[in-house]
Ligand binder design. Structure first.
Ligand SMILES: Nc1ncnc2c1ncn2[C@@H]1O[C@H](COP(=O)(O)OP(=O)(O)OP(=O)(O)O)[C@@H](O)[C@H]1O
Ligand SMILES: [Mg+2]
Length: 453
């Protein structure tokens, strides 16, 4: 029988649930889906700590290391460790090159998405236990008026009800004996539960009825509500050409710099009045070597802005050409940018780590490997790449299912291995074809010329 509860698709990083660190930020060997890579995980944990304390802004961190050493995985783990209030934005550098907006605009939006503004608002509420609801209908039934009696342990008040409030009360099925909260600005009514005083009317309620105390003190209270939005959301909502619907469409277009300046001034005012608080978040730019020289110089400048988030980047390049120039530089990034960053390196995995990552992925994908197959796959991962081996898991499962087995054996892996090539074998195969493929003569030198355009 097909398992119908597990219909979610499984992504490459869906096994990662955090960084797997203990309270002292020491990496646990295998926790929250994370294995090995201790130094980098610890570094990531320290960075998060600084972000959560709100102490640093405008810093940049680079995760540098060979492909499939867990750079993106660590970033995903960081995102899950940050609180729900702290914005985390993840972009791939190539997303910046879009037709609908300039590169710098795309980067600015990404920056502003990563800065949260926690806004405090005071609202008036009415909170109390309903004593009585009395509704008078006019003769035709077209208009309704009524009275609502609410009490706390200290006082009792009668409010006049209009037809809107009456509808809202009946929609929430409010009865005498309920403890309710009415937001005076929006008129929203919510039921907190039944009053304990009424707990003896047991015939009138279901098993899931929640009992609460009758509130004390004043019926009308001031209450502070807090919500967090990003600077980018404030920009979009206030941009006359876009309007807030653009937030849902995701099609926000370019936003004028004057508007952004106005918003920054407004937010600064709110901060001074104590109405708002800035929460610097995290912007993760994956594959950062795909940015070009203009973007890099923009980053240099943007990082110095007071409202800059923590920027984390990842690159798997060694010495590489800086896009848009003829120059080569470490990680494909200009030295002046590198100079501003802290660099964390991720190292290739040792055997045990690889074995455990494979096990975790098998659990995640619901695949059973026989002990022999696990050994084969581990040595395969070391020989080729970790990603290739992880990709083979689901292929081998299909092969195993074809012979009506739920367990993957070394033979299934062997077949999957023969169907799908890894990079090394593919290169070998191209060599063997000796020019039969299209565009093969393109020289390295020519490639270089194309790169700089
Ligand atoms: N320490 C780890 N613990 C658990 N799973 C990991 C770990 N490191 C990597 N993985 C998994 O291995 C796969 C490859 O890792 P990832 O995509 O993070 O590599 P990367 O460093 O970003 O590579 P690239 O430079 O090619 O982008 C992913 O499925 C990832 O979730
Ligand atoms: Mg990656």
């Amino acid at each position: 029988m097909r398992d119908i509860t597990k219909m979610e698709r499984i992504g490459a990083h869906s096994h990662i649930h955090g960084l797997g660190l203990d309270e002292r930020l020491e990496p646990r060997a295998n926790s929250q889906g994370m294995v090995g890579q201790g130094t980098a995980r610890k570094a990531a944990g320290m960075i998060l700590k600084m972000v959560q304390e709100g102490r640093i802004a405008g810093r940049a961190i680079l995760f540098a290391g060979p492909p499939s050493t867990g750079k993106t995985a660590i970033a995903m783990g960081m995102a899950q460790t940050l609180g729900p209030d702290v914005p985390f934005t993840m972009i791939a550098a190539s997303e910046v090159f879009s037709l609908s907006m300039s590169k710098t605009e795309a980067l600015t939006q990404a920056f502003r998405r990563s800065i949260g503004v926690r806004i405090k608002e005071e609202t008036e509420i009415i909170e109390g236990e309903v004593v009585e609801i009395q509704i008078d209908r006019s003769l035709t039934g077209a208009t309704k008026t009524g009275k609502l009696t609410v009490k706390t342990t200290d006082m009792e008040t009668i409010y006049d009800l209009g037809s809107k409030m009456i509808d809202a009360l009946s929609k929430e099925k409010v009865l005498a004996g309920d403890v309710i909260v009415i937001d005076k600005t929006s008129g929203k009514i919510s039921k907190l539960g039944r009053s304990f005083a009424r707990s003896r009317d047991y015939d009138a309620m279901g098993a899931d009825t929640k009992f609460v105390q009758c509130p004390e003190g004043e019926i009308q209270k001031r209450k502070e509500v807090v919500h967090t939005v990003s600077l980018h959301e404030i920009d979009v909502i206030n941009s006359r050409t876009q309007g807030f619907l653009a937030l849902f469409a995701g099609d926000t277009g370019e936003i004028k710099p004057e508007l952004r300046n106005q918003i920054d001034t407004k937010v600064a005012e709110w901060r001074e009045e104590g109405k708002a608080e800035i929460i610097p978040g995290v912007l993760f730019i994956d594959e950062v070597h795909m940015l070009d020289i203009e973007c890099f110089s923009f980053l240099n400048r943007a990082l110095e802005n007071e409202l800059a988030p923590l920027v984390i980047m990842a690159s798997n390049r060694g010495m590489a050409r800086i896009r848009g120039t003829k120059f080569r530089s470490p990680h494909g990034l200009p030295v002046d940018l590198l100079d501003r960053m802290l660099i964390v390196s991720t190292k290739p995995y040792i055997d045990e780590d690889v074995e455990q990552i494979i096990q975790i992925r098998c659990q995640e994908e619901d695949v059973t490997l026989s002990p022999d197959a696990a050994k084969v796959l581990t040595s395969l991962a070391l020989e080729t790449t970790l990603r290739y081996a992880l990709n083979l898991i689901s292929c081998a499962q299909i092969v195993a299912r074809k012979r009506k087995s739920e367990q993957v054996e070394p033979d299934d892996l062997k077949r999957a291995y023969s169907y799908f090539m890894d990079e090394k074998r593919s290169v070998q195969w191209i060599k063997e074809q000796q020019g039969a493929l299209v565009f093969e003569e393109a020289e390295v030198a020519q490639n270089d010329v194309m790169d700089t355009t």
